[in-house]
Design a protein around this ligand. Structure first.
Ligand code: G6P
Length: 602
């Protein structure tokens, strides 16, 4: 959840480099931020200098920190302790010579804190993280007898500390005596970047792109000592040396910037037509490879969280109707209840933008222990999920930074369409549909259409509740659209299956209700229109999203009819509606409250 960036090298501007790195990572957590530096000057080197603040980084500077060539920083998504300056990372020990940043939850922090307090340590924050700094301090006292022991003793102290921590954690520790960063990972992601005369650590490879493309993703229980010249990786428990598995990052730094757009979300929405064309052109072979694996399965379980979960759900419709396979869908947290009875030859197909969602990693681990084959569709190549799966394929959405996922959804659905048709030995139709989706999405994004959606958003900005209604695969459309609306505009929006209206939700449909009805040209069209009429008869205001204008619609947003792939342009309408509603209400679509892009805690 938290963003982490660390630098050691020749440059004296480490604090500002770290701040820039954190700004790139702010989407991972943005309730507070902090930077720590070991000053270069011998006079000042006695303590670590820290600047940390509650709130977004925004236009913050670190010009008040002394120059240094060893620094690290953190953007926080609070777990333990409120959002205050004091609770922001980095955290220091009693001597202020040791600093730590951390992602995860130290489950035994209370026990550790009480023991440390008994030994005289003074705590200044409410966080679980602070125990790490004091524990390292404690072990360092034990291990470093002579000053020349400082460096080896320091990594030993961090290792001993890491072993004491329960839970899933990634930590980086620095101190004033050893010219190095020492890091360890269990669960939460950490990646090491290889430079020349400088090296890096980050929670997300995106932050490393301006500096290096050569990286090593730390595996669970791996520790690393990063100096200017060397990267030494070893197992945190056995101490055994590990050769770095160097990977080359394929994204460019430019792809991760906003460019001419005011927000990442809008940029990513507009990237969809091009992205879909590329998927149509390039992904049929990989879809066929995965389809072959799926054909062998006795049963398919599609799993994903949040927006990826809705993509998985869309896939279950395609796999059933086109692929002719019995397919179940589940969120990872609910999937646990099914694992023990998964039949032989069942396959779990997992989808994720980040590849780091902890709930997913957790269920994948259990499925593998059970002997289930795990295939995955992942946007961040080489992420934890990618590496854990038996077979992983890229979604091909490119870097996505808006917390509310957009292009990762349409890309995943496009991949699933290709796969379903490949299962039916008809790759051509799959490819044609995705190419049509690219064209239809471009049509949704024309200036005229966007203006229309903006106007609808303007008329809805004071709504307290929105009902988004659809049938069949449009049930997935409406759940995803409702999710987008609540995530960023904070309007309560409910995705309702049109068929289920009469079993409950209709009780809420009175004069003040606003209902957005999706009625694509499929076998459910007539029923969807009939449901719109039922709502209108009870006084609801109906906004129709459909290829043709119907009398029942009070307002109408046109969307091209592209048959089976209509979900893609339909969801893009919902993304735009959510985006403009958010602007109308004065909120930041890229950084919704309480949410984070990559959810690395359970
Ligand atoms: C978070 C994000 C969502 C995302 C979900 C799953 O909740 O805010 O936008 O859909 O995680 O993330 P994943 O990276 O696994 O697709």
């Amino acid at each position: 959840m938290c963003g982490i960036f660390g630098y050691i090298g020749d440059k004296k501007t480490a604090p500002s480099m770290v701040l820039t790195g954190l700004k790139t990572l702010e989407y991972r957590g943005y309730d507070s931020w902090g930077v720590a530096v070991v000053p270069d000057s011998a006079d000042e080197k006695k303590v670590i200098f820290v600047k940390k603040k509650a709130g977004k980084i925004g236009a913050a500077t670190v010009s008040d920190l002394p120059p240094g060539s060893l620094a690290f920083g953190h953007t926080r998504w609070a777990t333990h302790g409120g959002v205050t300056d004091k609770n922001a990372h980095p955290h220091l020990d009693c001597t202020k010579m040791i600093a730590v940043i951390h992602n995860g939850i130290v489950e035994n922090h209370e026990t550790l804190r009480n023991e440390l307090k008994k030994k005289g340590h003074v705590f200044v924050s409410e966080t679980d993280t602070e125990v790490i700094a004091h524990l390292v301090e404690e072990y360092l006292k034990k291990f470093s007898v002579l000053p020349r022991d400082a460096a080896p003793a320091f990594s030993k102290a961090v290792q001993a500390t890491f072993k004491d921590l329960d839970g899933l954690n990634a930590i980086i520790v620095i101190n004033t005596m050893a010219d190095e960063m020492v890091a360890a990972r269990n669960g939460s992601p950490l990646v090491v970047g290889f430079g020349t005369g400088e090296n890096f650590l980050a929670s997300d490879p995106v932050a490393l792109l301006p500096y290096t493309k050569q990286v090593h993703f730390l595996e669970d229980d791996e520790m690393v000592v990063v100096t200017r010249q060397n990267i030494h990786i070893f197992n945190a428990h056995s101490g055994e040396r590990i050769r770095p598995k160097k990977q080359l990052l394929t994204w460019t730094a430019e792809e991760t910037e906003k460019g001419k757009f005011p927000y990442f979300m809008l940029k990513e929405i507009h990237e969809q037509p091009g992205m879909l064309s590329e998927i149509a052109a390039d992904s049929t072979q990989q879809a066929s490879a995965l389809a072959r694996e799926l054909q062998k399965a006795s049963r398919i379980y599609l799993v994903g969280s949040g927006t990826s979960g809705y993509a998985a759900r869309a896939g279950s419709y395609y796999f059933a109707t086109v692929g002719q396979k019995i397919t179940n869908w589940s969120s990872p947290t609910e999937m646990h209840h099914h694992i023990d009875i998964l039949p032989k030859n069942a396959v779990m197909l997992v989808m994720s933008q980040s590849g780091e969602t902890m709930d997913l990693l957790d269920v994948v681990k259990r499925a593998k222990e059970h002997g289930t084959r795990v295939l995955s569709l992942v946007n961040v190549v080489n992420s934890s999920l990618w590496r854990m799966s038996d077979l992983s394929l890229p979604i091909g959405a490119g870097p996505e930074k808006g917390v509310a996922s957009t292009k990762a959804f349409t890309a995943t659905v496009a991949q699933l369409i290709l796969m379903a048709y490949a299962m039916n030995n008809d790759t051509k139709t799959g490819q044609k549909l995705v190419a049509q989706a690219a064209k239809a999405t471009r049509a949704v994004l024309t200036e005229k259409n966007v203006k229309l959606i903006k106007d609808v958003a303007g008329s809805l900005k004071n709504a307290e509740h929105l009902f988004v209604v659809g049938r069949g695969i449009s049930y997935v459309t409406v759940m995803e659209c409702a999710l987008k609306i609540k995530e960023i505009s904070y309007i309560h929006a409910e995705g309702v299956s049109a068929g289920e209206l009469k079993h409950g939700p209709l009780a809420l449909i009175t004069k003040s209700a606003t209902c957005i009805v999706y009625a694509p040209n499929d076998q459910h069209h007539a029923s969807a229109i009939a449901n719109a009429m039922e709502m209108k008869a009870r006084g609801a205001h109906i906004i129709g999203v459909a290829p043709t204008k119907e009398d029942v619609f009070d307002e109408y947003i046109p969307v091209p009819d592209i048959g089976e792939a209509s979900i893609i342009p339909n969801v893009v309408v919902g993304q735009l509606l959510a985006y403009y509603l958010t602007l109308e209400r004065g909120f930041d679509p890229d950084m919704p409250r309480n949410l984070a892009k990559s959810v690395t805690v359970k």
